[in-house]
Design a protein around this ligand. Structure first.
Ligand SMILES: [Zn+2]
Length: 498
């Protein structure tokens, strides 16, 4: 049998093809072409866009990582591949080309999408490779000095060193509080104690965190697409594959476009050179998305924002009514003395676990929808009309809930304004012997619930599955109504049409 030379027939060994040049250039070229073929084939498949995106994540990405691991690939090549992928992802999801790739792949974004960045996966994979060689228990491997080559722009071993340094540094500094969570609420495993796989895992996660940090720095500098970095009070939203499957494509599309302000608003159309005037079709002032969805005086006068507010209010009222009727079927929680045996930890107080709704059986909910709400005169005399009033006569408790559907950047402001407005009324109730609470709640107009709403639901005792469903329904109601306002932005407003 004749054995062909490597020049005549390239040799494949351990998944890697060697040709006569013994260089990886040809293999990389082939990988690039293959990626192009795959993407085009998926693109032409006639499947729905989200299905195409799914194929990238679960079919193309894992297949692509193998050649990127076995050949010497510079990072710049991988970035070039990623740009190709991002182009198709945007196309499949109906998003404009101006949308930054951070929107697609960011892990700490307010809106998290289920796609992985090729560059990030590449970096983590190569960092793992460095660790596998360097920390190998086989001395022959660890002392061989195998170099993981990834071009000049980014070097895997440097990234690993940096990640280790950062981990050691953070151990020296100790646990610091992040955000509003208390000290020690996010305990981190220690690098010093970690061994083998756990250690590698920690370092890889740190490499990932480094990538995310670089993304974050870039985002903060972006005025429009980075506005979400200033949404302090808005809770994060994560779009899972399940949610992506279930939602109608135009809703996800609107959500992403509105969060990053890349909808064709008059201001954006002017910026993109597609229109000559940037004016709001209703009031002739500057027509940014913010103006259309939350600041237009004409839209306000038409009652458009009121209509959206009531759509959201209706859903929240349903959530609370359901909460009341569920807690009616449960045993009312009584304060009882909990005995703790020596050496045992005290269990959480029961009435706290049940929430406010479980403390009485005669909760009445009044909502300012349809018929105007009249504040119960036996509690206090006022002309103020909170959106919702929850009353329990027997236990003399009253809860004022006031909803705002603001532009996400202004949630905190709305909260303070509403609190100032209603705190006095709550004080008057208290002076008449009622236990009164005043809870302003915000749901951002793009469907991001405020921490205030999450707190309020927790206080009331809407938990677990009920809580998740409630948040989802509230979120959907706000986003759906805003989308309708967006569609109708140039049309006359009749509530009958809705
Ligand atoms: Zn206007």
């Amino acid at each position: 049998m004749l054995i062909p030379s490597v020049g005549e027939k390239p040799v494949k060994s351990l998944g890697k093809i060697y040709d006569c040049t013994l260089k990886d250039t040809a293999a990389l070229q082939a990988t690039s072409e293959e990626l192009g073929t795959w993407l085009t084939a998926v693109d032409k498949s006639g499947l729905p866009g989200k299905f195409k995106a799914w194929i990238y994540q679960h079919g193309i990405l894992p297949r692509l990582l193998w050649p990127l691991l076995v050949y010497d690939v510079p990072l710049t090549t991988v970035e070039c591949f990623e740009r190709k992928v991002s182009c198709f992802l945007r196309k499949w999801l109906g998003l404009p080309r101006s949308l930054s790739s951070i929107a697609l792949y960011g892990r700490n974004n307010k809106l998290k999408l289920p796609f992985s960045s090729l560059t990030e996966e590449f970096m983590v994979t190569r960092a793992r490779e460095v660790l596998l060689y360097r920390d190998s228990s086989d001395v022959k491997v660890s002392s061989a000095g195998i170099e993981v080559r990834t071009g000049r722009k980014w070097k895997a071993h440097e990234a690993v060193n940096q990640a280790e340094f950062r981990l050691q540094h953070s151990e020296l500094v100790g646990t610091v509080a992040s955000g509003r969570s208390g000290l020690g609420s996010n305990p981190r495993p220690h690098l010093i104690k970690a061994q083998g796989k756990e250690r590698r895992q920690l370092i890889q996660e740190e490499v990932r965190a480094g990538v995310e940090e670089a993304r974050c720095t870039r985002t903060v500098g972006m005025r429009q697409q980075g506005a979400w970095t200033r949404w302090e009070e808005a809770a994060d939203r994560k779009i899972s594959w399940t949610e992506l499957w279930r939602s109608e494509p135009h809703r996800i599309k609107f959500l992403i476009q509105s969060v990053y302000d890349v909808l064709p608003s008059p201001s954006n159309l002017l910026r993109w050179g597609l229109a000559e005037n940037p004016l709001c079709p209703l009031c002739q002032s500057a027509g940014s998305l913010e103006h259309i969805l939350s600041c237009c005086p004409r839209a306000l006068g038409d009652g458009r924002y009121r209509w959206r507010h009531d759509q959201v209010l209706r859903v929240i009222a349903e959530v609370i009514s359901t909460g009341i009727s569920t807690s009616k079927h449960q045993q009312p929680t009584r304060q009882s003395i909990a005995f703790v045996r020596a050496g045992e930890k005290p269990q959480q107080c029961r009435s706290q676990a049940g929430g406010l709704l479980a403390t009485a059986r005669d909760w009445q909910l009044k909502v300012d929808l349809g018929r105007q709400l009249k504040f119960p005169e036996n509690i206090a005399v006022t002309t103020l009309r909170p959106d919702m009033v929850l009353v329990s006569e027997t236990t003399k408790q009253v809860v004022l809930l006031e909803l705002t559907v603001p532009w996400e950047d202004r949630m905190e402001e709305a909260f303070e304004r509403k609190r100032a407005k209603f705190e006095e009324l709550a004080g008057e109730c208290r002076s008449r012997g009622w236990r009164a609470r005043c809870n302003p709640i915000e749901v951002g107009c793009r469907g991001f619930v405020g921490q205030s709403l999450i707190r309020a639901l927790r206080i009331l005792g809407v938990k677990g599955q009920h809580n998740r469903r409630a948040i989802k329904n509230i979120t959907d109601a706000a986003a759906k109504a805003s989308r309708w306002l967006w569609i109708k932005r140039g049309d006359p407003w009749t509530t009958k049409a809705t």
